[in-house]
Unconditional design. Structure first.
Length: 423
């Protein structure tokens, strides 16, 4: 895959991923607007605005008309909000890719934000909040984010408290959009069977009119923590849901490659250590896995498990024991090799279709200072040694960096605190 980077005249950064013989073109627009750019009074505004940008534009003045623009030629569109970005994307038949470009351009630069639609969307988002927090398997991640990063720029659960959603007005959305939806704060990635020079001209045509402005900076994340923290949310359900996480590295820290290998060994699929110990040997969980989350200036390593509610304390002890054992015991060469192949294989699979490629390169261009191509990243993964894996385990798995969130039929967090001590 050949990748071409180009900055439009107004400052929008673009990435064109050439994928010959593909009949589908994927286009993503990443905006540096998300939870970390909000304040407690505006928590949820990034996500609210994301919803509103699909409700009609100056040229296509209703949601029905706007949706028909894409759907009438077989296209698909969607959008999501993260802590450091909001992304809009579509998949289009190659012959209709310009419709996709126009739709995205209209969305991010000429939305109507009509009062009547804002009022309707309040209800939609309120129900999304209800749905999320009624589902413990989803709610655990939102609660964990807010708890682990309490007091930090990324503490917002992204959905926002209901009172914010009911209070935000058109002027708030408009002010937020004008501050963040500016050329210098946007990256665009297009993936498909493309000719870069031709595509650059097309992007200039459709996105060259996006206004320039001064990019607003977020407060830096303070990654420091002094003691283990536990939050228990009492809910009468048949299964306990937990996330155990440890503050870790940022995008720019090259130790992240060793940390990725470590987490692949511990929680990367059904051949991982935690899967074998918790599910395979003991039958204490149906689902258990681990991942690393990176921000521009911080990060966190997390393990999720849906556990037997009667044996949650025993399972928690085993999970922590396996994490901490990695600080002292070298992982077998075979396990390290499998973990590296897993990471490289997943990357290849993400980049094998146009949508995966445009999302991968779009977020990379916006957030990742290393901007490694797949071959360079594979080399970084292959270079990771057993000692480097143990070093990052020692750096990350410390009680002073520990956060545990539990959802289940429990009220006493002291039992969970004791389980973390007695592992």
């Amino acid at each position: 895959m050949k990748v071409t980077r180009h900055t439009l005249k107004n400052g929008i950064r673009t990435v064109i991923a050439e994928m010959p013989d593909r009949e589908v073109v994927a286009t993503s627009v990443y905006v540096g607007a998300g939870g970390r750019y909000e304040t407690p009074k505006t928590y949820g505004i990034s996500h609210f605005l994301e919803h509103m940008l699909g409700k009609g534009t100056e040229k296509y003045p209703s949601q029905e008309i706007f949706n028909s623009l894409i759907a009438s030629v077989g296209g698909i569109r969607n959008a999501t909000t993260g802590s450091e970005w909001t992304r809009y994307y579509n998949l289009m038949p190659k012959t209709h890719r310009l419709i996709g470009f126009e739709a995205l351009s209209e969305q991010i630069s000429r939305p109507l934000l009509e009062k009547e639609e804002i009022e309707k969307e309040r209800g939609t988002i309120t129900e999304e909040i209800n749905m999320t927090y009624d589902n413990p398997g989803r709610a655990i991640w939102f609660r964990f984010r807010s708890f682990a990063w309490e007091g930090q720029p990324v503490e917002s659960d992204l959905l926002g408290p209901k009172e914010n959603i009911l209070r935000l007005e058109r002027k708030d959305l408009d002010t937020y959009m004008k501050s963040h939806y500016i050329a210098e704060n946007i990256t665009i990635c297009v993936a498909g069977d493309l000719k870069p020079k031709e595509t650059i001209k097309e992007l200039e045509q459709y996105f060259g009119g996006v206004k320039k402005g001064k990019k607003l900076l977020s407060r830096k994340i303070d990654n420091k923590q002094v003691q283990s923290r536990v939050l228990v949310s009492d809910k009468k359900i048949d299964q306990a849901h937990i996330v155990l996480g440890y503050k870790s590295f940022s995008y720019s820290d090259k130790r992240r490659f060793a940390l990725d290998v470590l987490m692949a060994i511990l929680g990367g699929g059904n051949s991982s250590t935690l899967y074998k110990e918790i599910r395979g040997k003991r039958g204490l969980a149906y689902n258990i896995w681990g991942k690393n989350g990176y921000f521009v200036d911080a990060g966190i390593s997390e393990v999720y498990a849906g556990l037997s509610k009667d044996k949650v304390y025993d399972a928690l002890k085993i999970i922590k024991s396996e994490l901490y054992n990695s600080k002292e015991v070298f992982s077998p060469k075979g396990e390290i090799k499998k973990a590296k192949e897993l990471l490289k294989g997943r990357k290849v699979m993400r980049l094998d279709d146009t949508l995966g490629s445009c999302l991968e390169y779009g977020s990379m261009e916006l957030l990742d200072p290393l901007k490694l191509d797949p071959k360079e990243e594979a080399k970084m993964i292959d270079k990771v040694t057993a000692e480097e894996i143990r070093e990052v385990a020692r750096e990350i798995f410390q009680d002073s960096k520990e956060n545990l969130v539990v959802i289940g039929p429990y009220r006493d967090k002291k039992k969970f605190e004791k389980a973390l001590i007695d592992y």
